[in-house]
Ligand binder design. Structure first.
Ligand code: GLV
Length: 327
């Protein structure tokens, strides 16, 4: 009998077909959103799952599903996992690092450009039929090339953004991170380390790429927004909750900073209503890794984690160590 797994989110049909060769698969190609109790109930009877961040894996979910051996996240971020609780329960946790780094860095840069150059705001103006003449100050935004970018969170994606900024746009790169990069990496990214406060006061554009945790909750709140230049832009491609969205909406409305670009939101897919009414913000629905090629690579890596774990007792990109499980 094949092991039973739950694929809790829609994925590419051919990746799903590959999984069906190894597993008895319950899919969710309809893309239903489940409450935590529905997710716990759906997981019942399955020894593994492939999921995205909407579904939490914590002590309560694990206690209700002691048969689960592995949960594969189709994301690099894994703040939906309580990894210590998974380790205690002997459940392997996996994510999808590396395959999305450059694509996500591209998107961070796209959102920065759209924000600084007021692309969404000006497109709405054009579509509304308001464009009557050319004016010297029409949607005049902030310079990107040659300006200073401050990157908070200098992991693989942050470094990708730094390389684009320094080598492609001649920007000065400053960064803040829990630990400093090696001198070699700093040189390659042309990046200088700064305290968070100094970075916020210095940067023309602030880019957030830090993983979400209790420690990084509201890395940017009212106090931090007040430190930024009134001409500065803020881009969040990290996770909802890194920014206090209510405080940001107020700062945008009062033009205490110039503009923001957000791909992630506190409580998404809900978006703070005040963000929907301020003009100087570009909003996208958590799509930073969304190219066909990269989403396919993420789905395949998550699937391969399940396949290799059940066939060889090891996963390709594990986040914890638990006793192996060969078929
Ligand atoms: C997307 O947000 C991811 O973590 O991969």
């Amino acid at each position: 009998m094949k092991p039973k797994i739950l694929v809790a989110c829609p994925i590419f049909e051919d990746v799903l077909a590959g999984l069906r060769e190894h597993f008895d698969v319950t899919d969710n190609q309809a893309g239903e959103s489940w409450s935590k109790s529905e997710w716990m109930a759906r997981l019942s009877g399955h020894v593994g799952a492939l999921t995205v961040g909407a579904n939490p894996v914590d002590a309560q979910v694990l206690a209700a599903n002691p048969q689960v051996r592995i949960v594969a996240n189709m994301a690099v971020g894994y703040n939906n996992f309580d990894v210590p609780a998974m380790t205690v329960a002997g459940v392997l946790a996996t994510n999808t690092p590396d395959v999305l780094t450059e694509t996500t860095a591209d998107f961070g840069f796209a959102l920065l450009m759209a924000t600084a150059r007021r692309m969404a705001e000006s497109e709405h103006y054009l579509r509304a039929g308001l464009w009557k003449n050319w004016r010297y100050d029409m949607f005049a935004g902030a310079e990107v090339h040659g300006s200073t970018i401050g990157i908070i969170g200098m992991g693989r994606i942050g470094q990708g953004i730094a390389r684009r900024a320094a080598h492609g746009f001649g920007m000065k790169v400053i960064y803040h991170n829990r630990s400093r990069l090696s001198p070699d990496l700093e040189a390659e990214c042309k990046a200088s380390y700064m305290s968070k406060e100094a970075l916020l006061k210095t940067a023309d554009h602030v880019m957030l790429v830090v993983p979400y945790s209790a420690e990084s909750h509201h890395t940017i709140g009212a106090a931090e927004l007040a430190m930024m230049k009134p001409t500065a832009t803020l881009v969040n491609i990290a996770r909802g909750g890194i920014v206090d969205d209510a405080a940001l909406a107020t700062a945008l409305r009062e033009q205490r900073i110039a503009a923001a670009g957000l791909d992630v939101f506190e409580g998404e897919p809900a978006v703070h209503p005040d963000l929907l009414t301020v003009p100087n913000v570009v909003l996208t629905p958590h799509i930073a890794s969304a190219t066909v090629k990269t989403r396919r690579a993420m789905a395949q890596l998550a699937a391969d984690n399940l396949i290799t774990y059940f066939s060889r007792g090891q996963a390709l990109t594990p986040l914890n160590t638990v006793p192996g499980r060969a078929a």
